[in-house]
Design a protein around this ligand. Structure first.
Ligand code: URP
Ligand code: ZN
Ligand code: ZN
Length: 468
């Protein structure tokens, strides 16, 4: 469809909200028009379709900068393909994902990028980009961090956890950060002290503590706080920007707040599971607790309230999902009798927008901050703004018509993610996605998915646009 008018709604951006009709031509937003004016009437007359957004919010399409589709982990793969995962994303009002290509130890970043393009290209229902996980920092990969920029990969994830798999030493982290300081790339950090955690895991298993809840016990929040502090110091020495992924703990939040108050190029995201769930979830009957095993782990009560406050006060900059779904049957069950073998990760890409909008209804956030956290800030931090993350002339027509008053109940029986449970089963949220356009094409329309796998296009990202 070439000309679409989204009429009568309230357009929400990070900086404010305005009543406006949004005119789309082809893949692009061409104008915001004052409703009821001659110009708006002319636009309506010339449009092939008018979407009535009266009483609704008109949001920039959500951007989830942390997903893992078809990710290899512990002898299995996360269960959403790029097709099923991006269809689920669209249902939830997310029109861009940034997934992680993974360099295997001994291989190259180039090979990882090729492998992830092979999985995603032609299969995505919405737009997608990649970060790069660097598992092997060496002279070759450090050079490849330069060439990756030309491929639209401007962010590199390093792990202080998972020794022997993804883990990098402090020296390797420093070298990668020095490279990022030279090029303007952003280092993304999984901050948990994996060396200490591995000792605690071995000790727990030796005592016969094999249930899922010991996943949480052996990854204490102090070890996330310690790793966060250490990474901030390394970034300061290197002069590099650092972005903490899936921040879960008060101790880590305090470190990020301190670094940001010092004017550091330091940012962090959190995820809905850390805002809504507590470690009680891992105590469920039988092996149910395995459904909530992710790293960092779901924390005890108290951390979540601090994270909501961190979102409101700008210590935290983004909400992503870390969508990494493993079915309960046969996948999570790989860890029966040994919690350390439970594949780590939770499903969530479909429900991020509703779960964070529920924070508006609960009084934690303004509607504008909701948009900033879920679309505008991820676009700026990962080099996609203003093409993405804003409803403005010249931007891609990634638009969500959102009913802020409707309520919905999350359930695995109705979700579209390719996984047999929901981490938020039975939770009622305020807000519902009505209509979704991705680059001007209808993807969700009248309660139906009308998009197609292959519509989604690779987004070549530029550098972080929030450097101070
Ligand atoms: O448990 C998690 N978070 N799984 C995905 C991999 C990662 O560390 O982000
Ligand atoms: Zn991680
Ligand atoms: Zn992740």
């Amino acid at each position: 469809m070439s000309r679409v008018l989204v009429a009568g709604g309230t357009v929400v951006g990070a900086e404010g909200s305005v009543r406006a009709d949004v005119l789309v031509d082809g893949e692009t937003i061409v104008a915001l028009l004052a409703p009821g004016t001659e110009l708006a009437a002319a636009a309506a007359a010339g449009a092939e379709r008018t979407v009535d957004a009266t009483g609704k919010l008109v949001l920039p399409g959500g951007i989830d900068v942390h997903t893992h589709m078809e990710m290899p982990f512990g002898g299995t793969f996360s269960h959403d393909t790029f097709e099923t995962g991006t269809v689920a994303a669209a249902w939830g009002g997310t029109t861009t994902i940034v997934d992680f290509a993974i360099q295997s130890k001994g291989s190259t970043l180039g090979a990882a990028l090729d492998a992830w393009h092979a999985k995603a290209d032609g299969n995505c229902a919405v737009d997608y980009g990649f970060h790069m996980i660097v598992s092997d920092v060496n002279d070759t990969t450090l050079k490849e961090m330069d060439t990756m920029l030309g491929e639209g990969i401007s962010s590199f994830k390093l792990f202080m956890a998972y020794p022997g798999v993804f883990y990098s030493t402090d020296g390797e982290i420093l070298q990668a950060m020095q490279k990022a300081a030279d090029t303007g790339a952003t280092i993304m950090m999984h901050a948990e002290n994996g060396i200490a955690i591995d000792v605690l895991v071995a000790q727990a298993l030796a005592r016969g503590h094999t249930d899922p809840r010991f996943h949480g016990v052996t990854r204490p929040s102090a070890l996330e706080g310690e790793a966060t502090f250490r990474a901030i110091q390394l970034a300061k020495v290197a002069g590099s920007p650092v972005y903490f992924v899936h921040l879960s703990a008060t101790e880590a939040l305090v470190e990020v707040a301190r670094a940001r108050a010092d004017n550091g190029n330091v940012w962090a995201e959190t995820c809905p599971q850390y805002l809504y769930l507590t470690d009680d979830a891992m105590e469920g009957p039988g092996f149910e607790g395995s459904k909530y095993v992710c790293s960092p782990p779901i924390r005890p009560a108290g951390h979540g309230a601090h994270l909501w406050r961190g979102l409101a006060t700008e210590t935290l900059s983004v909400v992503s999902t870390d969508h990494c779904p493993f079915c309960f049957k046969e996948q999570k069950e790989l860890g029966v009798g040994d919690f350390s073998k439970i594949p780590n990760g939770l499903p969530g890409v479909e429900h991020r927008m509703n779960l964070i909008h529920a924070g508006v209804a609960a009084g934690h956030l303004s509607t504008e901050r909701f948009v900033e956290l879920t679309a505008a800030a991820p676009a700026r931090l990962f080099g996609m703004y203003p093409r993405k993350g804003v409803v403005a002339p010249g931007s891609d027509a990634d638009i969500v018509v959102y009913d802020p008053a409707a309520t919905d109940t999350i359930s695995a029986t109705t979700h579209h993610m390719n996984v047999d449970y929901s981490a938020f089963e039975g939770q009622t949220v305020t807000g519902r996605v009505d209509t979704v356009l991705s680059r001007g094409s209808f993807v969700i329309d009248g309660g139906r998915f009308v998009g197609r796998a292959g519509h989604g296009r690779f987004v070549r990202r530029g550098l972080n646009q929030m450097l101070r």
